[in-house]
Design a protein around this ligand. Sequence first.
Ligand code: DGT
Ligand code: CA
Ligand code: CA
Length: 575
Amino acid sequence: MAVHNADIAAALDQIADLLELQNANPFRVRAYRNAARIAGGLRFDIAARLARGLELPKIPGIGADLAGKIRELAARGSCELLDRLKAGAPAGITDLLRLPGLGPKRVRALHQELGIGSLAALQRAARDGRLRALPGFGEKTEQRLLAAVSAHLSKARRFKLALAAQYAEPYAAWLRKAPGAREVVVAGSYRRMKETVGDLDFLVSAQPRNRVIERFTAYAEVREVLASGATKASVRLASGIQADLRVVPPGSLGAALHYFTGSKAHNIALRRSARERGLKVNEYGLFRGAQRIAGDTEASVYAALELPWIPPELREDQGEIEAARRGALPHLIELGDLRGDLHVHTRATDGRNTAREMALAARARGLQYVAITDHSQRQTLVHGLDAVRLAKQIDEIERLDRELQGITLLTGVEVDILEDGSLDLPDSILSRLDVVVAAVHSRFNLPRARQTERILRALDHPLVRLLAHPSGRLIDERDPYDVDMQAVIRKARARGVCLELNAQPDRLDLSDVHCRMAKDEGVLVCINSDAHAADGFEVLACGVGQARRGWLERGDVLNARPLSGLRRLLNRGRS
Ligand code: DGT
Ligand code: CA
Ligand code: CA
């Protein structure tokens, strides 16, 4: 059974969790977290490479010891350290860390004092009123945890888009080799670039006597065949993700693609519109009475309804059909429109490459400019920059910028917004930078009014040009902080500040809905990689997917501007 990079990343993350629960050295925990992120983002398949007898390349951030762990994980899905850590802890204890409001300290207390080692045990204890007795818990915390654990347990597991891609793409490649298969598409929420997907929906066009179903169920990672018929099948993979398959004749691929891309709400709205024209749409085609009038391509389905083709990312029944009818569909931003990146880390803080390496990687990706924005002093765990170190970095970046051809380096910082809304570095140093990116990294639990006031105050600071990951959420891990996003967006407009769409697959923050709100208010969005390594620019594709779901066009995106336009916007409002 193949071990995917994602599985290696999950194992490394689990090691970090278990070490954290043992109160291990935070730097050691962090090393495993970093390694998890690196492994999850690598462009080559680790296990396949090792199986071919090749060595792992030298990867900054992965020393000999970690590389050994990764080799072990790639070979058998676990390693000696993980086995040992798991043996010393209840099987479900790391699940507790996924709940909002539960950090390692509290989970340790729950386990040591009450023997709680799983979500189910926590739910029981909260129901029985046994948590409130613990120091630092109380009745309110108990109720909050009960609600959180119940919500978590009732929610079907969804997969982040980038993770789903790691399972979907090799599977699609496998299916393409099925005798008789023509086209293989992953439809559903995956094609709509939703930030998480519930399952994978494969659609294959094929000749009459094909072997697609056989090949689908014979895939090495299939753990369970849930259903298997003449034209459809469903399986569950070892990773836990479910995959559905439909096999259709080539002539109805368009109609099937439209149907299985969804969303369900979009399909229902479109069917209604067809009915008003005396037409019928289903997964086989578009019909007038018994006569089939369209369905070989998706565009033909829309054309028969006198509509232009609607990009999958818009198909959520959020006004896209009306916009199409009025000829007012947005001309959505594309990956190739991005000219630069304004949020990038280096070894000075928690990145793994030097500024030079990051700049060369950005250039190789075809970017015109890149801002180096390391953390500020408050972030002690990652050696955040104080004014003295930042001043040195500015000199270094300026030197580098003069030296390197074909890429412009901008100076910047990702400065912490402190609890009172002031910034973590003095104006005397911030005023030397091309771009000040402000971000909340602490006190996520402030009450709404105070959190909002804190962020608005930071936006009022005349040097702040960009608000990083504006909601602070980590998909499935940390809820957004309680903040009045409408007020933030309005303030951003008033101050000429841009909002970041952080493209990290577990952030994708702004959300699609907030992108659209920003656009409607005339606030520019900046799609940043938040890259921590030279290969970290790949995530920009996820960010662009999210931006497209938020109806953003090139003109709505700050870093789609060429350098000259960018400079004008960054200098706006400065004396
Ligand atoms: P997911 O998997 O939860 O992330 O979301 P989807 O959108 O991939 O949903 P899924 O996998 O249940 O179904 C795939 C597509 O099939 C869906 O987007 C639209 C279509 N579909 C499924 N059930 C229905 C239905 O009852 N009516 C209509 N019109 N379309 C459906
Ligand atoms: Ca699906
Ligand atoms: Ca499905």
